[in-house]
Design a protein around this ligand. Sequence first.
Ligand SMILES: [Fe+2]
Length: 383
Amino acid sequence: MLKARRMTGAEAGSVSLVRRRGGRRWLEVVSIQNDTARPRRSAVLTSLDAKSISGYVASTGEVVNIADAAEPALGRTHAFDMAADQPGTYRSHSVLCFPFSNLEGEVLGIIQLVNRRTGTEGPILPFAPEHAELIRPIDHVIGRAVERAEMVERIARQNAKLRLQNRELESRRRQVAGLQAQTEDAFLLSIRLLAKAADLHDDDTGNHIQRVNEYSYVLASKLGMPEDFCDEIRYSAQLHDVGKMSVDAAVLKKRGKLTETERIEMDRHPEYGYQILRQSPRLGMAAEIALCHHEKWDGTGYPNRLKGDEIPIAARIVQVADVYDALRDSRPYKKDFDHDHARRVILSGDDRLDAAGHFDPRIAAVFAANHADFDRIWRELHD
Ligand SMILES: [Fe+2]
């Protein structure tokens, strides 16, 4: 607009764009320049019809050049109206109004030049026909620039909307992650309490279940088991004896030798545990550990006399962990062993335990290579 005013000597000018509002097309003033008065925004929306110069130009696509326009007979000229010192006082003025359009010829807006003068104090002169011709060639250039600016504005608006949506998604993702963490904590606490309850039923053996978790985790990691497996065995191992909750308390707490019937009842605790734990998919590993932690590598264990690789690996790991801890602890039928003694029993056996027949040799080897970790866990979590 400034360029057009300089080319023609117009004292004022305005740019209006065609907008769609409420299913209709309107002209909206987006820029006003005036050398002799401070622009004043008033009528910002003009309908596209012959009631105003700008509306007429926008609706017909014609150039209008009027030497002696006067309000209100020929309608409003934005630049003049908004610059008027005294609203409602009309004076005659010259107007050159031309449209700009896109390549398809659709009018995108208008530029209105008002009051051609040779100097600020000079008389108002009409615009010459060649002034309109000077501007005509840049019509499409302006149109393209406006289209591009509108596109950039639209993209910026969409980007801002997307950024907002992303922020909302991120905040919801955090909420969900927080809830998942709470659920996970609640799950871990529940099974810890379940394992503890079983332990209390079976004469509280202090931190036994926690230590079995940690030994099992060390063995699984050193065996090279996947991370998920290691994490799962770390909370599943503690549930290996949960089935003891279902064993008759008189049998469970009996001091001295069990009768044959009592022994059979006692040896059912793996199956009882399995029945409790198999109900949750999250406790699948815990269920198979509970069922198989008394099986033996040579097939002489119970309840199903599984042999070698038939025994789930998680159960084979917990066997070593459970036996080591029992050896370190004092029980009614034995005194506590020191680490070296317990290590020898696991690796070579004694008069009560046939190590070769009991343990998976691969896991026994991992124990032999990492036995110091077992002693450390015992000391750290000793009651
Ligand atoms: Fe057991």
